[in-house]
Design a protein around this ligand. Sequence first.
Ligand SMILES: Nc1nc2c(c(=O)[nH]1)N[C@H]1C(S)=C(S)[C@@H](COP(=O)(O)OP(=O)(O)OC[C@H]3O[C@@H](n4cnc5c(=O)[nH]c(N)nc54)[C@H](O)[C@@H]3O)O[C@H]1N2
Ligand SMILES: Nc1nc2c(c(=O)[nH]1)N[C@H]1C(S)=C(S)[C@@H](COP(=O)(O)OP(=O)(O)OC[C@H]3O[C@@H](n4cnc5c(=O)[nH]c(N)nc54)[C@H](O)[C@@H]3O)O[C@H]1N2
Ligand SMILES: [Mo]
Length: 779
Amino acid sequence: MTVEKEEPEATVEPRVGPVPQGDPEFHPYHHPAAGWGAAKSVTHFLVREKALVDGPRAIMKMNHENTGFDCPGCAWPDDTKGLHLDICENGIKHVTWEMTSKRVGREFFAAHTVTELAEWSDYDLEDQGRLTEPMVYDPESDRYAPISWKDAFELVGRTLRALDDPNKAAFYTSGRLGNEATFLYQLMARELGTNNLPDCSNMCHEASGRALQAALGTGKGTVDLKDWETADALFIFGVNAASNAPRMLTALSEAYHRGAQIVHVNPLVEAAATKTIVPHDFLDMALYKTTKTSTLNLQPRIGGDMALLRGMAKAILEQSVTDPKALDQEFIERHTQGFEEYRALCEGTPWEEIEHQSGLSREDVLDAARVYEEADRSIVCWCLGLTQHEHGVDTVREIVNLLLLRGNLGREGAGPSPVRGHSNVQGNRTCGIDHRPTTEFLDRLGEVCEIDPPREHGLDTVGTIKAMHDGDVTVFVGMGGNFALAAPDTPYTYAALQKCELTVQVSTKLNRSHIVHGDAALILPCLGRTEKDHQRRGVQSTSVEDSMSMVHLSLGMKRPASKHLLSEPAIVAGMARAALPDSATPWEWYIEDYDRIRDTMAKALDGFEDFNRRVRLPLGFRIKQPARELIFLTPSGRAEFSSAPLPDVVPEPGMLALGTMRSHDQWNTTIYSDNDRYRGIKNLRTLVFMNRADMRERGIDDMAPVDITSTARDGSQRFLSGYLAVPYDIPRGCAAGYMPEMNVLCALADYSTQSDQPIMKHVKVTIVPSTASAPPPAD
Ligand SMILES: Nc1nc2c(c(=O)[nH]1)N[C@H]1C(S)=C(S)[C@@H](COP(=O)(O)OP(=O)(O)OC[C@H]3O[C@@H](n4cnc5c(=O)[nH]c(N)nc54)[C@H](O)[C@@H]3O)O[C@H]1N2
Ligand SMILES: Nc1nc2c(c(=O)[nH]1)N[C@H]1C(S)=C(S)[C@@H](COP(=O)(O)OP(=O)(O)OC[C@H]3O[C@@H](n4cnc5c(=O)[nH]c(N)nc54)[C@H](O)[C@@H]3O)O[C@H]1N2
Ligand SMILES: [Mo]
C-alpha cells in the first residue's frame, strides 16, 4: 500500500498485517459460523503461538464463576446458567495471544533502532512477543534502553510536576483495564487536577451512552442475558457478531430454537445472520448440525438505519389507527414524554423519504415492523454500525423511541442492548473514566478521597489529538491500547504524539504507539489478565463489568511472562506517588490488597455498596439500572421521545459511503492473519468491498486495484492506492474495508457533532481504477 499525503508530517507504516501467505483470494463463504472452521483456526493459532499446552489449560479456566479469569476479548456477558465452556474462537485466540511464549527483551531493543523498527509491519512488532521490563527511549542511540521501575516512575513524576498546568497531560484508557486500576487511574488524574481522560469508548459507544442518558437517564443498556433468553423478537443492528461478539451466536441459536424472530439489519449479510454450529455443543459439532440464526435480513444503505427505524415507528402508528393494541398507550401515558411531537414527526415523514434514506423498500420496512408488532417482547441490540456516524446519537434515540411505543422497557425480555467492545470498557466509564464527569460524581469522589477534583471538563480522544498537535497537551499516558493506530487521521495522530514532551505506554506487547513517540518515551510492561498478580497480602483479583452491567472478579492463574512485570494498579500507584509526592492518598497501601481499593470504591461509586462481598458472589452482581425499574433520571422524570429530523445519508453522485470495520482475524489494531474467513477473503487486507454495479460503472474489474480518495468536511482529501476491489453483496453507493489501515482516510476534524465520535462508518469517498503501477489482479 502506498499512502500519499498533502503534508508529509510523519511516516505512515507500509503494512499492518503479516506477510500474505499466498495470492489474494475471494470465495464467498457458505459454511455455518463458528463450528469446525473455528476449531481449525484455533488449532492453527495455538501452534503458531507455541501455546498448545498452556493455551487449552487456560481456556478451561476462562469465564468460570469467580475462580478463573474473565475473557480479555469482548464484553459479551458470561452464561448465567453455569455453562463453563461458553468460549469462542476469537476469545481463545485473544487469550493465546497474551500467553505466547515469545518475549521481547533488552537484547531485541539493543539490536534495533527505533528508526529501523518504524519500517516494520505492525504484525511483526507485536509478533516479537511479550514485553519483559521497563524501557526508556535513548535519543542518542535511537534505541529503547532498560530503566528501573523507580527511575521510570521518577521520569513520569518529574515531567508531570514540571507542567505549568495539569491540563497539559492526558491519560488515555483502552477498555481492558480492570475496575480497581481504573479507579486509581482517574483518581490520579483528578488529584493532579485534570479531567483529560480520553478513552477508546470515545471512538466506540460514546453515542450510545449519550443517547441512553438523554432518553432514559442511564447511559447503559437495560437488558441482561435472561432477557435475551425470553425475548420474542431480537433486532440486531450493525454488528458483526460472529467475529466480534461470537458468544452471541449461542444466544441467537437458542432464540431460533424457541421460535423467536431474529432480524439482522446490516448493509452486509454477516456470518451471524445465516447459521451456526454452537462450538461448545459437542454433539452439534460431531453431527455437523447447524442452527439458523436469522429469520429476516435487511440490508440498508450505510447510515440508513434511522430511516428504517422511523419507518417501523410510522408503520406501527398507522396500524394503531385501526388496532389500538399496536401501541402500549398506558405505558406511553404513564412513563414517557414527547410522544405527540414524535407521532406528528413520523406522520409527516413521507414513505418515499424513508425508502430513499434507508435504501430499503417500503415492503422491507413493513416486514420489520410486522415482526416488531407481533412480538410481545422485543430487544434491540446494536454496535458500531450505528454509533460511528454523525447522527449516531439520534439513531440510538430512535431505537428508544421505537421501544417506547410498545412499552418494551422495564420488563423481562425487552429493552435496548448495546454490544460493548473491549471487555471492560463499560466498567471504565462506571469507575470514573469520563472526560465530562457529573458534579455529583466529583463531589462524592472529592469527599471520599479527600481531594479537590477539577470541575472543568477534560479532553476526549479527538480533543487530545488536536491539543497535542497544537502543543496544548505535552504529556500522553496510554493505559493499554494502541492509540497511534486506533485513532483517526493516522499521519496527523502520529505527528501529534511526536510533538509530545513525554509519551508513556503501559502495554503487554510492542506496538506502533511505542515507535511513534514523544521526545522522551517509556514502555511500561504490565501483567496480562491471565497472569497471577502477587502483592504483599497475597494473590489479587480484579473486577470487570460486562455489556449487561454484571460486575464480577477475574483471577489470573498463569506465571507472569517476566518477573519484572508490574500489575496495572501498581503502575498507576507508582506514577501517582512520583507525580504527587505529598499526596495523602495511600497509594502503596492500596496496592498491598485490592480489597482496600474496593472499599474506597464502595464509598465513592454509585451502585458499588458492599462491593467486596457482592463481587465474591458466584456470578458477581448487577449494577442497578434505574431505567430497568422504570425510574427515569431525566429532567422530566420520564422516558423521553426524541424528535430529530432524518439526516441525509445518500452519497452525492459519484461518491460512495465507506464503512471501516474489522476482519474476522483481528483484534482492533492487532492483526492475527490476512484472512477474513466468513467474508471469504484470504491473504488480503488492502481491499475494498463494493457492489458490482458500482464497480462496473467505474470501469473496475473484479479484484482490480483501485485508488480511494476521501473528502473531508473541510474539503481536504486523503488517499489510499492499490487496494483491490472485491465484488460483494453490499447495497449500491456503499463500500467497506478494514480498520486500522483505513484510518488514513478519516479526517480528525470529521467527528460527530452529537457524540464527538470520529465518523468511521460513513467516510465519503470516490473510488477509481488505480493509476499507480499496482500489482496485477490475482485471478
Ligand atoms: N474478534 C474481535 N472481537 C472484537 C473486536 C475485534 O477487533 N476483534 N473489537 C471489539 C471492539 S473494541 C468493539 S467496539 C466491537 C466492535 O464490533 P462491531 O460493531 O461488529 O465492529 P465492526 O467490525 O466495526 O463492524 C461493524 C458492523 O457494522 C456494519 N455496518 C457498517 N455500517 C453500517 C450501517 O450504517 N448500519 C448498519 N446497520 N450496519 C453497519 C458492518 O457491516 C459490520 O458488520 O467488537 C469487539 N470485539
Ligand atoms: N477506522 C476505524 N478506527 C477505529 C475503529 C473503527 O471501527 N474504524 N474502532 C475504534 C474502536 S471501537 C476502538 S475500541 C479503538 C481500539 O483502540 P485501542 O483500545 O487503543 O487499541 P487495541 O488495538 O485494542 O490495543 C491493543 C494493544 O493493547 C495492549 N494490551 C493488550 N492487553 C493489555 C493489557 O492487559 N493491559 C495493557 N495495559 N495493555 C494491553 C497491547 O500492547 C496491544 O498492542 O479503535 C478505534 N479505531
Ligand atoms: Mo471499541
